[in-house]
Ligand binder design. Structure first.
Ligand SMILES: Nc1ncnc2c1ncn2[C@@H]1O[C@H](COP(=O)(O)OP(=O)(O)O)[C@@H](O)[C@H]1O
Ligand SMILES: [Mg+2]
Length: 379
C-alpha cells in the first residue's frame, strides 16, 4: 500500500480538493464553500462550490481504487490563518508512486485551466498567500487609456525585465524591479497594474502596509514566499509611513499603532527580496511628496511614473472606445468640451459620465450647456 499525505498548507492542497470533487462524483458527503463577489455596480454574485467533506471517499482512477481521506483536526488550528488544520491522504494498492504524480499533475492542470485567461488575486493570510475572490477575467490593456505612450513604455520595461534574467545574474544584481505609479486618484494606477498582470499572465499579490498585524518578519517572509509569476502590489504606500523629514521629532514609525512593521523593516524587506525569478514590485500613491526619499531611491523604485488627469488625447480615445460608432470628430469635440469645463478630470469621472449616458454620445453637450447657464455645479 502506498499513501500520500497532503497538508492544507501545501500549495497543491486546493488543487487536489477540486480534483477530488471532480472525480468523486458519486460521493454523498459534501461540504460547501461559498464565495461571493461584489461588483462595482453593487451587484453581488454568489457561487457555491462543493468539496468532498471530511471523511473517506473512494475514487476509481487509473484502473485502481484509491481511498481519499480528508481529515480535519478538531484540536489544532493553524495559528497563521485561524483555519482548522487539514490534510488529505491518498491511499492506493501497489507500490507504483507514479499514480500520485499523475494525480498531482492532473490536479494542477485542472486548476490552471480554471485560471486561464484570468487574473488571480492573492492576499496575505498569516504567513502565506491565499487566493481571494474569483479569479477575475483579464482586463485588456487597451481598456486602460493612459497618456500617449505611457502604458507602452511601462509594458515594454516590465517585459524587458522579465526577459533578461541573465543580465542580472551576470552582474550579481538581485533580479527584481520596483515601480511607483503616482498621481491623483481615479486616473488608472490600480487598473493599469491589473491589466498589466493580465497581459503578462501574472497574478497579483495585494499587500496592505497599513495592516496592523504586519510585522517586519512577516513582511519579509511573505515577500520571499510570494507565488511565482506574480506582481507584488503595495497600494497607497504613503498611508503606512509618513516621511521622516516631515516629522522630524517623531519616531520614523509614525504609523506604529500596534503594528510592528517599521520603516527600516520595510526597506530591508524590499532590498532582501532575493529570488531566482523575476520579482516585480509595484507601489502606488496619491501623494508622492509624502514618501520618504529612502523608499523610492533607485534599486527600490527603478521607475517612477506619473499618472495624471486626462489629457485631450486620452479623452478622445476614451470617447472612441465607448462610442465606437461615433465619428472621430465627435471625440475631439468631447475632449475639448470636457476640458473647458473640467480642466482636471479623472478617467474615473469620465467613465462615470459615459456610464450615465450609455447610448447618448452627445450628452456632454447638454451638460456643458447646463453648466454655462447654472455655473460649475450644473452637472
Ligand atoms: N486611464 C483609464 N482608462 C480607463 N479607465 C480608467 C482609467 N483610469 C481609471 N479608470 C476607471 O476608473 C476607476 C478607478 O480607477 P483606478 O485604477 O482604481 O484609479 P487609481 O488607482 O489611480 O486611483 C476604475 O473603474 C477604472 O476602470
Ligand atoms: Mg488605486
Amino acid at each position: 500500500m502506498i499513501t500520500l499525505e497532503v497538508p492544507s498548507r501545501d500549495k497543491s492542497y486546493h488543487w487536489l480538493l477540486s480534483w477530488i470533487t471532480k472525480h468523486a462524483r458519486h460521493t454523498q458527503h459534501l461540504s460547501v464553500e461559498t464565495s461571493y463577489q461584489a461588483h462595482e455596480s453593487g451587484r453581488v454574485h454568489t457561487q457555491f462550490d462543493f468539496h468532498p467533506s471530511p471523511g473517506n471517499h473512494l475514487i476509481w482512477y487509473g484502473r485502481k481504487w484509491i481511498r481519499v481521506e480528508r481529515t480535519r483536526e478538531k484540536q489544532m488550528v493553524d495559528l497563521h490563518t485561524g483555519t482548522p488544520w487539514e490534510s488529505v491522504t491518498f491511499t492506493a494498492l501497489g507500490r507504483d508512486r507514479q499514480i500520485f504524480f499523475n494525480i498531482l499533475q492532473e490536479a494542477r492542470e485542472l486548476a490552471l485551466k480554471q485560471e486561464e485567461g484570468r487574473t488571480v488575486m492573492y492576499t496575505a493570510m498569516g504567513g502565506e498567500w491565499r487566493p481571494f475572490g474569483f479569479p477575475r477575467r483579464r482586463r485588456p490593456l487597451s481598456s486602460v487609456v493612459l497618456e500617449q505612450d505611457v502604458g507602452d513604455r511601462l509594458v515594454h520595461d516590465v517585459k524587458e525585465f522579465i526577459g533578461n534574467p541573465k543580465w542580472y545574474t551576470d552582474r550579481g544584481i538581485p533580479y527584481r524591479r520596483g515601480y511607483l505609479l503616482y498621481g491623483p486618484p481615479g486616473c488608472g494606477k490600480s487598473s493599469f497594474i491589473t491589466a498589466l498582470a493580465g497581459e503578462l499572465g501574472y497574478s497579483i499579490c495585494l499587500m496592505s502596509l497599513s495592516d496592523r498585524t504586519l510585522s517586519d518578519d512577516r513582511l519579509n517572509h511573505l515577500l520571499s514566499v510570494a507565488p511565482q509569476q506574480s506582481i507584488i502590489l503595495l497600494e497607497d504606500v504613503d498611508a503606512a509611513f509618513v516621511s521622516r523629514e516631515l516629522q522630524p521629532n517623531e519616531n520614523p514609525l509614525a504609523f506604529q499603532g500596534m503594528g510592528r512593521l517599521t520603516f527600516s523593516g520595510l526597506l530591508n524587506s524590499l532590498d532582501g527580496v532575493a529570488s531566482s525569478e523575476a520579482r516585480i514590485v509595484f507601489m502606488t500613491t496619491n501623494y508622492i511628496e509624502r514618501l520618504d526619499a529612502a523608499l523610492i531611491r533607485p534599486g527600490r523604485v527603478d521607475l517612477k511614473q506619473y499618472i495624471g488627469h486626462c489629457s485631450h488625447w486620452q479623452l478622445a480615445q476614451m470617447f472612441g472606445r465607448f462610442y465606437p460608432d461615433s465619428p472621430l470628430s465627435d471625440g475631439e469635440r468631447f475632449a475639448q468640451d470636457a476640458l473647458s469645463v473640467h480642466p482636471e478630470i479623472s478617467a474615473a469621472q469620465v467613465q462615470g459620465h459615459f456610464l450615465l449616458h450609455k447610448t447618448d454620445p452627445q450628452a456632454h453637450r447638454q451638460c456643458q450647456e447646463n453648466q454655462r447657464v447654472n455655473g460649475p455645479e450644473g452637472e
